[in-house]
Design a binder for this molecule. Sequence first.
Ligand SMILES: [Zn+2]
Length: 159
Amino acid sequence: MSNRYARRKFLCDPTVGRLCRYMRMIGFDTGMASSHSAKDVLSVALDESRTILTRNTILAGMKLARDVVLLEEDDPWRQLQIVINECGLEIDQSQVLTRCLEDNEPLREIAKAEVKGRVWPYVYQTQERFYTCPKCERIYWPATHVKAMVSRLKSHGLL
Ligand SMILES: [Zn+2]
């Protein structure tokens, strides 16, 4: 993992739920605050040294909220672009889809035999490498998923 990736951790609040998935998609450790309360979000961010991503001006204006990106845009792709620019991030293609989009857990490779019956037969027949989330047990097959994600990133000018 590149240093740039290892250094930065983020926390989204419920005002930027889709952005949260996109941050995970490009491989950044991005937590999702379960609470709407600015105070609660701030306290998690401070505890875990995370940069806050939010549209909540009250949260962004709090005295202790020094590490925060306030997003005025509504479109999550534009939001992603702004976060990348403001935080000086670079997308590393090898980090795309290394985390579960649902719960931020790093994915683990799983033996092909273990996914038999858990994915569509076509997928089983055509894919060789599979990854799983240790928390929710979703199965990902990067050969297809990463390609689709990379082309979405490119279509938004992010790669
Ligand atoms: Zn998961």
